[in-house]
Design a protein around this ligand. Structure first.
Ligand code: ATP
Ligand code: MG
Ligand code: MG
Ligand code: MG
Length: 575
């Protein structure tokens, strides 16, 4: 590919709504372009990354014996009514009507349709096992689409569904997928962890998430460095002893004062079960005297349960917490640098550290802001004055230093981005939709199922969270938009530079290297800045000076400086 023919569009500044580094860099590098909330154009440069992710996923799925098909994005509601999900699923399910007033859904996942295919096509145990997959557009009307492709509303998922004759076979199919996922995520060159996840009422222990480790991850994961225990926070908490957890001895000494409120007190006060995820807004109010001087400042707690609906706010002044020291508006203003009366205008991401002089281990990851829509900040941790980002995990029922459930050591906590999920389903869908096959004795049996997802468009975002520096993205080779960029300096002035660049470009192409030749005629500074932002891992610079020495300059995106290499040896550096 030649850069003059390709489409390159980089930005100096990221748009204001981009909060995390991957979103900022994807926008600046021209990989994606926003069309609406959680809806993005995949621009040519970004699409190349997505296609590489897809290719790896497809190769490994095929290798694992799965077969590809494609199911419609728009699906008749009848199938979703059969399983009850048309009504049961919340507003995340996008429901639409055609011109005749018939209901449809835009697929957030495809269990219903694949089960419908299976009940028509799979008649005998002889056809089993089968695993079908697609790499297809999904739509979820996420409550809070954010972070660019990380949590989009429209996104691409690889979803696979296994069908088996009995539980043992289904569990074997699950293991085949879990192994394939390890191969896939190894190939992406990312640091990740497979963690046990909650599988709901059915399924026993057979649910794992694949989490790319990143401080900006939305999930907390719990693991034991001394063993292979790893679980997501929900799963870890489900295993932890019920009821208010005794604070760890050390923390107790430091922070708890006898007679003060406990976690359970607060949960009771707020009328929520202890482990409920409650989102809150915090509003500060002032009482002023006639001279306009502030005589009293108070912080109010506004609680939202379930969906973030501004009309259903519960307001309370945290009355039971006598020992709670309300922050003054002045402190809050100073902390956020915002105008009085507002906490945390959008765009400010520092955690609100209102100091409690008692152990008030509430819930974590609160939304905080003034009582007006879109005036919130997220990730606020109310309670003890804790450092970020582990504050979130520290306020949980399971904390770092707890004994691991396998008894082999202490637990550690880190943040992750869920990029994949494997799940044993049992007969939940096949029973609901009467998808049966005839077993060896000729008796109809419900199909045993599993489902397996990978966030194809989330993955590049996770890769960037893990691989970037102040200049831009640093792609792992496997998913870089181009593996090598050839940068001629002064191509228009020097025949030698032009000829060497063209020759090297042709040689690399012939060797099957995904190379781009930057023939745009940009000044070196601008040209290098573009490629460092875009994150192409290998760069070859060709200039008159080095050519006179018989060399070109090679630089990996992680290298601080270039090294001189004979043009003929470049291939060895990039393969
Ligand atoms: P999350 O917990 O992040 O909401 P999920 O558990 O709802 O994800 P699954 O139903 O397990 O997601 O879907 C399989 C995969 O699809 C996820 O592991 C994730 O990588 C990806 N995915 C889910 N929701 C989104 C989204 N809104 N944007 C991009 N990718 C997504
Ligand atoms: Mg979700
Ligand atoms: Mg999840
Ligand atoms: Mg999941």
């Amino acid at each position: 590919m030649k850069a003059s023919q390709f489409f390159i569009s980089t930005l100096k500044e990221a748009p204001a709504d981009a909060e995390v580094v991957s979103h900022k860099l994807m926008m600046r590098a021209g990989l994606i372009k926003k069309l609406g909330a959680g809806i993005y154009n995949y621009m040519p440069m970004g699409l190349r990354v997505i296609r590489k992710v897809e290719a790896i996923v497809r190769e490994e799925m095929n290798r694992a014996g799965a077969v590809e098909l494609t199911m419609p994005v728009v699906q008749p509601a009848e199938l979703w009514q059969e399983t009850g999900r048309f009504d049961k699923m919340g507003p995340e399910l996008l429901r639409i009507q055609d011109r005749h007033g018939r209901d449809f859904v835009v697929q957030p996942t495809s269990e219903e349709v694949i089960t419908d295919i299976a009940r028509q096509e799979i008649k005998s145990y002889k056809q089993l096992p089968k695993n079908f997959y697609q790499i297809q557009t999904k739509f979820r009307d996420e409550r809070r689409p954010r972070f660019g492709l990380m949590r989009g509303r429209e996104f691409t998922m690889k979803d696979a569904y296994s069908f088996d004759k009995d539980q043992a076979a289904a569990k074997a199919s699950y293991q085949v997928m879990a192994q394939a996922y390890r191969r896939i995520f190894d190939r992406f060159g990312l640091t990740y962890r497979a963690v046990a996840a909650d599988s709901g009422a059915i399924g026993g222990d057979l649910s794992e998430e694949f989490q790319v480790i990143a401080a900006t991850g939305e999930d907390a994961i719990v693991y034991c460095p001394g063993s292979d225990y790893a679980a997501n926070m929900e799963k870890a908490e489900a295993l932890a002893p019920a009821g208010p957890r005794p604070a760890p001895a050390k923390a107790m000494e430091k922070t708890a004062t006898p007679g003060k409120a406990t976690c359970a007190d607060v949960a009771q006060l707020l009328d929520v079960p202890l482990s409920t995820t409650v989102k809150s807004l915090v509003l500060a109010t002032d009482e002023t005297n006639e001279a306009g001087e502030i005589v009293k400042s108070q912080v109010w707690l506004l609680l939202l349960r379930g969906d973030h609906d501004m009309n259903e706010i519960k307001v309370g002044k945290v009355p039971g917490l006598a020992g709670f020291r309300f922050a003054t508006l002045g402190e809050i203003d100073e902390h956020f640098g915002c105008k009085p009366g507002y906490l945390g205008p959008i765009g400010l991401k520092k955690p609100l550290k209102i100091v409690a002089d008692r152990e008030v281990a509430l819930m974590a990851d609160w939304i905080c802001g003034a009582n007006a829509p879109d005036f919130h900040i997220t990730g606020v941790n109310w309670g003890r004055d804790l450092p970020e980002p582990d504050a979130v995990a520290d306020l949980r029922n399971v904390v770092a230093g707890d004994r691991s459930p396998d008894g082999k050591g202490e637990l550690a906590i880190e943040r992750g981005i869920e990029v994949g999920h494997v799940f044993y389903l049992g007969t939940k869908y096949s029973r609901a939709m009467n998808a049966t096959f005839l077993d060896e004795t000729g008796k109809p049996q419900p199909l045993e199922m599993g489902c397996y997802g990978i966030g194809v468009t989330r993955l590049p975002a996770a890769a960037i969270e893990q691989n970037h520096d102040e200049r831009g993205i640093i792609w792992p080779d496997a998913i870089a938009p181009f593996t090598v960029v050839v940068c001629p300096v002064g191509m228009d002035r020097s025949e030698a530079v032009k000829a060497t660049a063209e020759q090297l470009y042709a040689d690399l192409l012939a060797a099957g290297v995904d190379v781009i030749l930057d023939d745009r005629g940009e000044r070196p500074g601008a040209m290098f800045a573009d490629w460092e932002l875009i994150g192409v891992p290998h760069r070859v610079t060709i200039g008159d000076k080095s050519l006179k020495e018989g060399v070109v300059e090679y630089q990996h995106r992680r290298d601080a400086a270039a090294t001189k290499v004979a043009a003929a040896d470049i291939l060895a550096h990039v393969k």
